[in-house]
Ligand binder design. Structure first.
Ligand code: BES
Ligand code: MN
Ligand code: ZN
Length: 496
C-alpha cells in the first residue's frame, strides 16, 4: 500500500473516504462539543450537511477506543473511529485507531482513503514521532500474509493519505518506511522453515543490495567460518542439512570516517532444540526463531529508503538447529572465534552460540556501538510477557537511548541487569564457560553469556522472544523491534 502526506486543506477538498477520530464524551452531547471546538470538524460537518452532528446527537457513536462507524453521505464517506478519553490521547491511541478504521474500510470497495486522525490532536501537541507512528500503523494494517496460500485475497485499499502539516511531511515518509520495514520483517518471519532457510535469507540480503546502491552484501559459507574459527556457530549447524550462512550487509550513508552502528540478528530459521529436543506442541512457532534477523533486514531496508546519513553494518548468523547423528551433543566442548571454549550443556541454548561468533566477528568493523536482537529465551516471556522486549547491555547511555527510542516509537523495551553474581551461574568444570546458567534468571544469564564476547565495545541486547510474534488466532510475526531500532537510527541521524 502506498502512503502519502496530504495537507489539511486538501483533506477537506478531497472526495476519498475520510477517517476521522473522535474522543469519547460522557454523553453524545459532549462528543458534539468536540465538533464545535474543532474548526476542521465543523467545516466537514457543513460539507456533509450536518449528518455528522446528527449522528452524534442520536448518541449512536460514543467515541470509545477503536469503535468504528461508517457514515455514508453523498458528498463524502466518513469512517468515524473512537479515540477514547481526550486526556489519554497519545500516539499509540492514534496508531491503533488507524488500524481499526483501516480494517473497517478494507471491507468496503474503497481503493484509497484519507486519514485525518492527526487533526484530532491539538496543533501544538502534534509531534513528528506521533505522525511517524500513525503512518507506520497504516502500513502495518495493510499487511496480509498470502505467499504460501493458493488463493490470495486482494486488498482493495491501495493508497492511504495521511493528513499532516507541511513541516511533518518527512515524518509521514519516515513512518511509511518504518512500516514497510516492519512488514518485510513480518513476511520473513511468517515464511515457513522449508522456504525461509539460511540460504533464502542470504539471497534476500543479496537482493536488497541489488536494489540499493549504498548497500553491499557479503555471505560467508561454512568453509569460511571454519577458517575464522567460528566453532560455536558451526556446532549449532552441524546437525542440519541446510548450510549455515553468515550474512553481512554494509550500508554507507555517512562520512567515510564515521564508525558504523552494528546490528546483529539471530537468524535461526528453525529451532527444534537439537539433541536437547523441544516438546512437540507448538514447535511450529520455532520458525520464528529468525525474527531478530528479520528485524535487521527490515531496519536495513528502511535505512536505505530513508537514505539515512549513517554507516550501518548488519551481521546475521543463520542456521537451523536440528537433532541428527552428527549433531552437537550435551557435554560437547567447542571453541568460539574469540578463543573461549564453551561447554554445550543444552543444545537448545543455541542462539547465544551463533551470536557469540557473530558478535566477535562484528569487532572487525570497529563499531561505534553494537546492538543485537534475538528471540533468545522463553524466560523473557515469563518476565515481560508479550508487550515489552527485554533490554540488557554494558553501556548505560546506549541502553537509555534504546529505551527512549522504544517509548517514542510505541515499541517499548525494559532493562534487566547484568551483574557478576549472575555471571557465576555460567561456570563450567570443563570449559571456560557453560552455555546455560540454570533456571533462575534465564534471560539475564543468556545475556551474561553474550557479555563475555562484547567486552571491547559498547553493546546492547534485545530479547524479543515475547514481542516478535503473536500466537493463537492471530498467529503471525509483529515486525518488532523494527520501530524501536528505526527510531534509534533516526535519532542518531538527527532526523527524529
Ligand atoms: N529460541 C529459543 C527461545 C524461545 C523459546 C523463544 C520460546 C520464543 C519462545 C531458544 O533457542 C531456546 O530454546 N532457549 C532455551 C534456553 C534454555 C535451554 C536455557 C529456553 O528458553 O528454554
Ligand atoms: Mn533453542
Ligand atoms: Zn532458538
Amino acid at each position: 500500500m502506498q502512503i502519502k502526506a496530504l495537507s489539511p486543506q486538501q483533506t477537506l477538498e478531497g472526495t476519498a473516504p475520510l477517517i476521522v477520530g473522535l474522543c469519547a464524551g460522557t454523553a453524545g452531547a459532549e462528543t458534539c462539543g468536540e465538533l464545535e471546538s474543532n474548526g476542521f470538524f465543523k467545516t466537514l460537518d457543513q460539507t456533509v450537511e450536518g449528518s455528522l452532528s446528527a449522528l452524534l446527537e442520536a448518541g449512536d457513536f460514543s467515541g470509545s477506543r477503536n469503535q468504528t462507524q461508517l457514515l455514508w453521505h453523498r458528498q463524502r464517506k466518513i469512517m468515524l473511529v473512537g479515540l477514547g478519553s481526550r486526556s489519554k490521547l497519545n500516539a499509540r491511541v492514534l496508531a491503533s485507531a488507524q488500524q481499526s478504521a483501516q480494517k473497517a474500510l478494507a471491507k468496503t470497495q474503497a481503493s484509497q482513503a484519507i486519514s485525518a486522525l492527526s487533526l484530532s490532536v491539538e496543533n501544538n501537541q502534534l509531534t513528528a514521532a506521533c505522525i511517524r507512528q500513525l503512518a507506520a500503523a497504516a502500513a502495518l494494517a495493510s499487511y496480509q500474509y498470502s505467499t504460501t496460500k493458493s488463493s490470495s485475497t486482494s486488498q482493495s485499499l491501495a493508497c492511504m493519505n495521511i493528513t499532516a502539516p507541511s513541516e511533518l511531511v518527512d515524518a509521514v515518509n519516515a513512518g511509511a518506511a518504518v512500516g514497510a520495514g516492519s512488514n518485510f520483517a513480518r513476511e520473513l518471519g511468517n515464511l515457513p522453515g522449508n522456504v525461509c532457510t539460511p540460504s533464502y535469507l542470504a539471497q534476500q540480503a543479496q537482493d536488497l543490495a541489488a536494489e540499493h546502491a549504498r548497500l553491499t552484501t557479503t555471505v560467508l559459507e561454512e568453509a569460511d567460518m571454519q577458517e575464522l574459527g567460528m566453532g560455536a556457530l558451526l556446532a549449532v549447524s552441524q546437525g542440519s542439512r541446510e548450510p549455515a550462512k553468515l550474512i553481512t550487509m554494509e550500508y554507507k550513508g555517512g562520512a567515510a570516517k564515521d564508525k558504523p552502528i552494528c546490528l546483529v540478528g539471530k537468524g535461526l530459521t528453525f529451532d527444534a532444540g537439537g539433541i536437547s529436543l523441544k516438546p512437540g506442541a507448538g514447535m511450529d512457532e520455532m520458525k520464528y526463531d529468525m525474527c531478530g534477523a528479520a528485524s535487521v533486514f527490515g531496519v536495513m531496508q528502511a535505512a536505505c529508503e530513508l537514505e539515512l546519513p549513517l554507516n550501518i553494518v548488519a551481521v546475521v548468523p543463520s542456521s537451523e538447529n536440528l537433532p541428527d547423528g552428527i549433531a552437537v551433543k550435551p557435554g560437547d566442548v567447542v571453541t568460539s572465534m574469540a578463543g573461549k571454549t564453551i561447554e554445550i550443556l543444552n543444545t537448545d541454548a543455541e542462539g547465544r552460540l551463533i551470536l557469540c561468533d557473530a558478535l566477535e566477528y562484528s569487532r572487525r568493523f570497529d563499531p561505534e556501538v553494537v546492538v543485537d536482537m534475538a528471540t533468545l529465551t522463553g524466560a523473557c516471556i515469563i518476565a515481560l510477557g508479550h508487550h515489552t522486549s527485554g533490554l540488557l547491555g554494558n553501556d548505560d547511555s546506549l541502553a537509555n537511548e534504546l529505551l527512549a527510542a522504544g517509548e517514542t516509537a510505541g515499541d517499548p523495551a525494559w532493562r534487566l541487569p547484568i551483574t557478576d553474581e549472575y555471571q557465576a551461574q555460567l561456570k563450567s568444570n570443563f570449559a571456560d564457560i557453560a552455555n546455560i546458567g540454570g533456571r533462575p534468571a534465564g534471560t539475564i544469564t543468556a545475556a551474561c553469556f553474550l557479555a563475555r564476547f562484547t567486552e571491547d565495545f559498547r553493546w546492547a541486547h534485545l530479547d524479543i522472544a515475547g514481542t516478535a510474534w503473536k500466537s493463537g488466532a492471530h498467529k503471525g510475526a509483529t515486525g518488532r523491534p523494527v520501530p524501536l531500532l528505526s527510531e534509534f537510527l533516526l535519532t542518531r541521524a538527527g532526523q527524529a
